[in-house]
Ligand binder design. Structure first.
Ligand SMILES: [Zn+2]
Length: 467
């Protein structure tokens, strides 16, 4: 028997259509060769399947991907697949919330181009972020699908494993799964749909129960990505199955369950405007999330709105982790004055400041100013791990308030059990959804429009399955 051959690779990012900060090659980290094969303990070797790494390009979420870069990187991906000759399968690691101006469905184009080059016999299995969007074009071209089931995401590797296992099994046991999906006209932020609190906690637990049913391989609920003012942006249920009728029934149930709970999708954290947040943080150590500028959701990461308010109020012992600004970082290297905020085009105040003292570590300037500390990072990045602070010799115990650019807090910051507040700040990922501009989004979508009539329509990418 001929040795089976598969390839692994993909592209993953989240693009706020409200961000002016375009992404190109310099924003992406590329995992290749052995590093890509070592990403998880892929099951392929155990079955004697030869695995060929292509590349897996990932970036911190941001604005739209530059059109030319997207075309170039997609062409490169396709030509590397082409060079591998006949493949039995391919595992695509995707996110699902890419935006490229003028391209309605970037993942659909990418996956469609892969299908064109590998041919109809090759099994295509994909993994996705639950904040990704689905389309008929994607479903039509894939054979298996698995998305994260936790947000904040703590099951990334397990998800890669799920899609890798479905690929392996279908190749080894020689069958072809189906993927069916239904649009769900709901679009909320991840902060309103955390899988660790209700209603999503129970809805996601139901997915595991559906997975036990006959002919069902992998059930998913995609919350979608709310900061995409695009036609395809919506939630969806997606089911990989061995029988489309069985898959369709479960797909409908997931869609209805999410729909019926739409009015319960709420923030599970105290929230309000910046003034209220600073008034609230009067006691011991507490955390304020600057949610509209969260870079892990697509915020530009340099807004100084909260910094301005803290300086105006003359508050002390506040730690800002962090504010991204290459220009401020470079200028403070040569003098103690710098300008921060508003340089990425994403709005907000631009402050001219003078540092009392500063030190540099890990591409960051740790700046003392009026009794508070600003971590100015040379690159856009989150501060979600406790190690991020240790690496910079910053002791959180020395501060009254930690301001992070985040929506819901990362699991490690949550582990501090500090009182926390989500400031509904302006920015490319504004959590005050009703303020978002809707030029292109499909109507009707909850909560932008409130309506009662919805019946799931399950599709296999070409035809409706449940009619
Ligand atoms: Zn996500």
């Amino acid at each position: 028997m001929a040795i089976k051959k598969i390839a692994v690779g993909g592209i993953s990012t989240e693009c706020s259509t409200y961000s002016p900060l375009y992404q190109n090659e310099s924003d992406f980290e590329s995992l290749q060769g052995q590093d890509l094969l070592d990403l998880i303990n892929f099951p392929f070797d155990d079955y004697g399947i030869e695995t060929y790494p292509i590349f897996f390009n990932k970036s911190v979420p941001g604005g739209p991907i530059e059109r030319q870069y997207f075309a170039q990187i997609k062409d490169q991906f396709i030509s590397e697949i082409n060079a591998l000759g006949k493949l039995d399968g391919i595992l695509l690691l995707m996110h699902g919330a890419i935006y490229v101006e003028g391209i309605e469905d970037p993942e659909g184009e990418w996956i469609g181009a892969v299908r064109d080059i590998v041919g109809e016999d090759c099994i295509i299995s994909i993994s996705y972020d639950l904040h990704g969007q689905m389309t008929d074009k994607i479903i039509k071209n894939i054979d298996a699908f698995a998305a994260f089931k936790t947000a904040p995401h703590i099951d990334v590797k397990e998800t890669y494993q799920r899609s890798a296992l479905m690929l392996t099994q279908s190749i080894i046991e020689n069958y072809r799964p189906y993927v069916v999906w239904s649009r769900i006209p709901i679009l909320v932020s991840g902060e309103m749909s955390s899988t660790f609190v209700e209603p999503c906690k129970s809805i996601y637990q139901e997915l595991d129960q559906y997975n036990q049913q006959n002919h069902i391989l992998d059930c998913n609920l995609l919350v979608g990505y709310v900061w995409a003012d695009t036609k395809r942006a919506t939630a969806s249920s997606v089911v990989t199955c061995t029988n489309p009728n069985s898959g369709s029934k479960v797909c409908e149930k997931i869609a209805k369950s999410y729909w019926n709970n739409r009015h319960n999708l709420k923030f599970d954290i105290t929230y309000g405007n910046i003034e209220d947040a600073l008034d609230w943080a009067k006691g011991d150590f507490s955390i304020i999330a600057d949610s509209g500028d969260n870079p892990t959701a697509g915020g530009v990461g340099d807004r100084a709105d909260i910094l301005k308010a803290v300086l105006n109020k003359k508050l002390k012992n506040v730690l800002f982790a962090g504010i991204a600004s290459k220009s401020a970082y470079d200028s403070i290297k040569v003098s103690n004055t710098f300008t921060i905020g508003g340089t990425f085009g994403g709005g907000g105040p631009s402050l001219k400041l003078k540092a009392d003292s500063v030190y540099f570590k890990n591409k960051c300037a740790v700046v003392n100013i009026s009794g508070s500390v600003i971590i100015i990072s040379k690159l856009r990045r989150p501060f979600h791990y406790l190690q991020d602070f240790i690496d910079l010799n910053v002791n959180l115990k020395n501060y009254k308030i930690l301001v992070v650019k985040s929506g819901y807090l990362s699991p490690e910051l949550q582990s501090l059990s500090a009182p926390s507040y989500m400031a509904l700040t302006n920015g490319s990922v504004n959590q005050d959804l009703i303020k978002l501009i809707n030029n292109n989004r499909m109507k009707k979508i909850f909560p932008f429009q409130d309506f009662k009539d919805y019946t799931p329509k399950v599709s296999d990418g070409e035809n409706l399955v449940n009619q």
